[in-house]
Design a protein around this ligand. Structure first.
Ligand code: ADP
Ligand code: MG
Length: 626
């Protein structure tokens, strides 16, 4: 074994630099954080070749005195903390005193700075960790740092740099995070002489989000505010109509610092449970404020991971605030009637395949071909009235007397509709429409219910709505242990294949909670001894086969809670009226009457919207009436 020796400072610094400075975007992040810590109200960022050639950050912050410049680029030199106790009171973004030293170690860095009370500024150049003498220089108040030829002396890192476009993507992201955290600061970002972002200071975070991510997202934002003695929560989340295929648009800030936190991301997902499709992630811009003594930010050199003293509490605060806000928020999806074919944005493009996917899925579950013509689908024979009690009749669709004559519910004559519409346009504000408003509803194409309402018209997906109502009923009953289940006089054997019987038996307990009792029979057969009343219309054989499909699709053994939820979705889907079922006017009315019993009636349990609203104003505008 060779002798042990202390590493030369330059090697130590390169090792440290490797941790903090991973790519050009890390330089941008560190320098911006320094500018913000220095109290800057304006920061301009100039980049060439994705940061490989040049990163220049100029701020109007407090500046650095000439005699402190050398210290600023020294390792573990900081003006932000002075003793270990300060680590638990950190109010600044930086405190480790590593960034400038690390950057200077692996680039050609020029630092120019001038505090407001100094006549002139000073300049310090550091090349690969070697500092040149300090020179006086004329410059405006504030600090400007130029980083050229990043990683010129660390060839391995240099090789790891990606294309200009990729590196620029990371830089834009780093700028966006800090720009969202600091809406009161003016930022600009220029790349290759082109101004990519100019973000003037704003009072409302929403305006900054609009500039960065577009008006549709900004308009869909729901304001969140929650506070207890120790945790403050403030910001916005997007309406579930706007979501992403990954969690990258989840902006969480802790005391002004962008963080990634698995547990908080999970809380977000839980808050949106049933409002988003599987594989879709909510969008949020949320600020958490807690006492610095309750969180450790010194977990990782980049400080994007933190450790909470009481993570559970923050988890429930986040989940609780969002859920209670959603309860009082109108989450019904607004339909869009484009004037001309629009450049499909992500959301619009996503919504169409999602809907057809759902019908395909529902049909597959029911063993029907996924592309059958409407007439090829079996006609709905009415709700079961005899035999085993079915929740579909006893609970969810108990027929309510209809207040309108049936003919009227079948559809207003064009003339009436016309009169009605013009009447409303003329006297739009004269009376509250609700006072004499009798909603009419018709079923079209055996799929959708079109309902006139106070706002305009609503198109409801009959299956999705019924599925949601049944799902909530089922959940309520399962949770309170009051689910009706039918004990079979003669247990029914169901033949399965391979390891399917084992799979069913492994999940016996969860199935039992759903009113489905299964027993071992030997070999690949199981015995069904009781059966949920809600599934009275389906044979145990069919249901068990669907269950097996679900269970094997779940892959690695899911949490019993998630499994139960999945199975409740499946049962609700099976029991609900189908796409293609003809409903009588009474059934339409009954379905609509049940609607408001469901808390999240605006979304089916899989997160698809159950209804689209087209406002009368929107229609008036489209028909050039206003
Ligand atoms: P840290 O931010 O952790 O203190 P840095 O290496 O990033 O460490 O910066 C070292 C010191 O240089 C800071 O503590 C600060 O005093 C000074 N400094 C760096 N950038 C600026 C700036 N843009 N304006 C004013 N002071 C700065
Ligand atoms: Mg710093």
């Amino acid at each position: 074994m060779p002798d042990i020796c202390l590493l030369p400072t330059s090697v130590v610094n390169k090792i440290a630099a490797g941790e903090v400075i991973e790519r050009p975007a890390s330089v941008v992040k560190e320098l911006l954080e320094n500018s913000l810590d220095a109290g800057a109200t304006r920061v301009d960022i100039t980049v060439e070749k994705g940061g490989a050639d040049l990163i220049r950050i100029t701020d109007n912050g407090c500046g650095i005195r000439a005699d402190q410049l050398t210290l600023a680029v020294a390792t573990h030199a900081t003006s932000k903390i002075s003793d270990a106790d300060d680590l638990f009171r950190v109010q600044t973004l930086g405190f480790r005193g590593e960034a400038l030293a690390s950057i200077a170690e692996v680039s050609r860095l020029v630092l120019r700075s001038r505090p407001a009370d100094c006549e002139a500024g000073a300049e310090l150049e550091v090349v690969g960790g070697r500092a040149e003498p300090i020179r006086p220089v004329g410059c405006p108040v504030g600090t400007s740092i130029e980083v050229r030829q990043l990683f010129f002396n660390t060839p391995v890192r240099h090789k790891f740099m990606r294309t200009t476009q990729t590196e620029m993507g990371h830089i834009t992201e780093a700028v966006s995070r800090l720009a969202i955290a600091n809406p009161q600061v003016h930022f600009s970002l220029t790349h290759g002489g082109r101004l990519l972002h100019d973000l003037p200071p704003v009072d409302d975070l929403r305006d900054r989000i609009a500039t960065l991510y577009g008006q549709p997202i900004a308009e869909s934002l729901i304001e969140i505010e929650g506070r207890d003695e120790e945790v403050g929560l403030k910001g916005y989340v997007a309406n579930p109509t706007h979501s992403r295929g990954n969690n990258r648009m989840q902006y969480l800030f802790l005391n002004g610092r962008y963080i990634r936190d698995r547990s908080l991301q999970h809380a977000l997902g839980e808050a949106y449970r049933g409002l988003l499709l599987t594989g879709r992630y909510p969008i949020c811009f949320l600020h958490l404020n807690i006492s610095p003594s309750m969180v450790d930010v010194n977990v990782h050199p980049t400080k994007s991971e933190v450790r909470f003293q009481d993570g559970g509490r923050i988890y429930s605060q986040l989940l609780g605030s969002l859920r209670s806000k959603f309860l009082t928020t109108d989450l019904v999806a607004r339909g869009t009637v484009p004037d001309q074919p629009s450049d499909n944005d992500d959301e619009v493009a996503a919504s169409t395949p999602m809907r057809s996917e759902m019908f395909d899925w529902a049909k597959q579950q029911l063993g029907q071909p996924s592309t059958g013509a409407p007439s090829g689908l079996p006609e709905f024979k009415g709700f079961p009235s005899g035999g085993m009690p079915s929740m579909a009749t006893t609970e969810a669709l108990r027929l309510h007397p209809v207040s309108l004559p049936a003919e009227e519910a079948e559809g207003a004559s064009p003339a009436t509709a016309q009169e009605n519409a013009s009447y409303r346009v003329d006297e739009a504000t004269a009376e509250t429409p609700a006072a004499h408003f009798a909603p009419r509803a018709i079923q079209i194409h055996n799929r959708y219910l079109v309902v006139e309402n106070e706002e305009g018209l609503e198109v409801i997906d009959q299956h999705a709505l019924h599925e949601r109502i049944l799902y909530e009923l089922l959940r309520e009953k399962v949770l309170s242990g009051k689910l009706e289940s039918q004990r079979l006089l003669v247990p029914e054997p169901v033949d399965l294949a391979g390891n399917e019987a084992a799979l069913i038996l492994e999940n016996r307990e969860v199935l039992g909670r759903l009113g489905l009792d299964v027993e071992e029979f030997g070999g690949e057969t199981v015995l069904v001894s009781s059966y949920p009343a809600m599934l009275a219309n389906f044979s145990p054989n069919e249901v068990l086969h669907s269950l097996v499909e679900k269970l094997s699709a779940e892959g690695k053994s899911p949490e019993p809670r998630d499994l139960l939820d999945e199975l409740m979705h499946m049962i609700a889907c099976k029991a609900a009226v189908k796409y293609g079922d003809r409903l009588t006017p009474e059934e339409v009315e009954a379905l609509l009457a049940q609607r408001h019993r469901a808390q999240d009636h605006h979304h089916c349990p899989h997160g698809r919207p159950t209804a689209l609203v087209f406002s009368r104003e929107q229609l008036d505008r489209q028909f050039k009436r206003i």
